[in-house]
Each structure stands twice: as structure tokens, then as C-alpha cells.
Design a protein around this ligand. Structure first.
Ligand SMILES: [Ca+2]
Ligand SMILES: [Ca+2]
Length: 247
């Protein structure tokens, strides 16, 4: 009996350099095998957006290549793309500003879900004022001039002067900086502040101008007093009303 036990012990000692690595290797193989069978809960990658896609509307698609099905969550499809908003219709909307208007690459990450392709819709913002000219899914407020960052829906710069070419929020300030013969265009909104024209200047006024100062579509109301003691004011287009709304 003692002899048998001694024999076993002797064999273990003899083959220990064979058994010990095997015992270490088994758990490692199990872990590797498990990770191969388990799909990642999210995938990430890169998408390249080319200049030809800047017209927008479904121009770029992102397809995961990590296997499995990816995209949606409880709040619909989402992707962690900078400046991107994704919705349940599989559209991701990316606002593309001027300095990123050329080809560039965006990182993305998709959550696990159904489907594996998302469509990316581009909303060009050429002048970087955060408004796109496309409208629709790119925003209800359409940038009426996507080449001028001073012009966008709701801009407080409602006075356009030329010369010198400049935008103002106060009519009096525009008048002070105007040349002997300048044209002042006023948006079709209420513009607060008194106006005192007291220099020998001939100022042409186009009032009631639309969003991009293209045509006169309405009325400009000056909320304050207006006086002309020197020079001339020529109302060339539109309707100008002077009315103290907030005394
Ligand atoms: Ca814009
Ligand atoms: Ca603009």
C-alpha cells in the first residue's frame, strides 16, 4: 500500500511540468471561447461623409460590420455621432457646418437592437449660424440666407446698412454710421428705439423686408419717436410705421 502511494507521488512529480500548464490553460480557453460566442452590446466605427452628400437626404448610410443586429432602443434608433440626432425611422440627422463641409469622418456607436443599417441625413449649415436651409427634418426654422451668419430666423440684427455693409439691431446706430447716401433696409418686424436723423445725409429706406432682405413683404414698425431735422429720408419700398407700442 505504502509502495503504491509512493509510486503515484513519484509519477506526479515526474510529470508535473506537463499537468500544471494544462490546468492553467483550461480556464483561459473557456474565457476566450465565451467571449467569441458573446456579441458585443454595442459597436462603434467610423463613417466618412463626402462633399457630394451635402445636398442631404439620405446620402450616407452606416452599416455595422461586427455581426449581429444593431440599432434601436426604447427611444428609437440612436447613434453617438457628434451633432447627430437619430429617430425611429432610421434617419440620423447630422448638421454639417461650414468648416466640416468637406469630406470628414465621424465616429459612431450603435446600441444593440434590430436592423443594422442607419441612414444619415445631412443638414448643411454653410454659414455656421445653426440654421439649415433645407427645412423639414433639418429644422422648422429655415435659414433664408445660408451664406450670411447674420441672417437667420429670429435674428436680432433687423437693420441692414450699405454702405458700409453692416447689420445692426438699433436703427439710430445704423444711421450714425451711414454714409452721405446709404441704403438702410429694415426687417418686417417691430424695432424698438427712438430715431433722430439730424445729419446732412440722404438715407434711402426699404422697409418691411423679408428674412433675407430680398423683397418688401410687410411693415416695419418703429417702436419709439422718429424725427428728421436735417438731410432727407427716402422711403423707397415697403411700409414704415412709427408707433410707440411700449411707452
Ligand atoms: Ca446657416
Ligand atoms: Ca444664415
Amino acid at each position: 500500500m505504502e509502495k503504491e502511494r509512493y509510486e503515484k507521488f513519484r509519477l506526479i512529480r515526474k510529470y508535473k511540468y506537463f499537468f500544471v500548464p494544462i490546468l492553467i490553460l483550461i480556464p483561459v480557453v473557456v474565457v476566450i471561447r465565451y467571449s467569441l460566442l458573446t456579441l458585443p452590446s454595442s459597436v462603434s466605427g467610423l463613417v466618412t461623409i463626402a462633399p457630394s452628400d451635402t445636398e442631404g437626404l439620405g446620402g450616407v448610410s452606416v452599416t455595422t460590420n461586427a455581426g449581429g443586429n444593431y440599432t434601436t432602443g426604447e427611444n428609437g434608433l440612436y447613434a453617438l455621432i457628434p451633432h447627430a440626432i437619430c429617430n425611429e425611422n432610421d434617419n440620423c440627422i447630422i448638421t454639417v457646418s461650414k468648416d466640416r463641409y468637406k469630406t470628414h469622418t465621424e465616429g459612431f456607436e450603435l446600441a444593440e437592437g434590430e436592423g443594422k443599417t442607419i441612414n444619415v441625413k445631412l443638414c448643411p449649415d454653410n454659414d455656421n449660424d445653426n440654421f439649415s436651409a433645407l427645412g423639414g427634418e433639418c429644422g422648422a426654422d429655415i435659414d433664408c440666407d445660408d451664406n450670411d451668419p447674420n441672417i437667420y430666423p429670429g435674428s436680432s440684427l433687423t437693420v441692414k446698412l450699405d454702405p458700409p455693409f453692416s447689420f445692426h439691431s438699433v436703427i439710430q446706430n445704423a444711421y450714425v454710421s451711414s454714409h452721405p447716401t446709404s441704403t438702410m433696409q429694415l426687417r418686417d418686424v417691430v424695432i424698438p428705439g427712438d430715431v433722430s436723423m439730424d445729419s446732412t445725409k440722404d438715407v434711402t429706406v426699404k422697409s418691411g423686408r423679408d428674412c433675407d432682405y430680398g423683397t418688401s413683404v410687410g411693415t416695419t414698425t418703429i417702436d419709439g419717436d422718429m424725427s428728421v431735422s436735417k438731410g432727407k429720408i427716402i422711403i423707397a419700398d415697403g411700409t414704415l410705421k412709427v408707433e410707440k407700442i411700449n411707452p
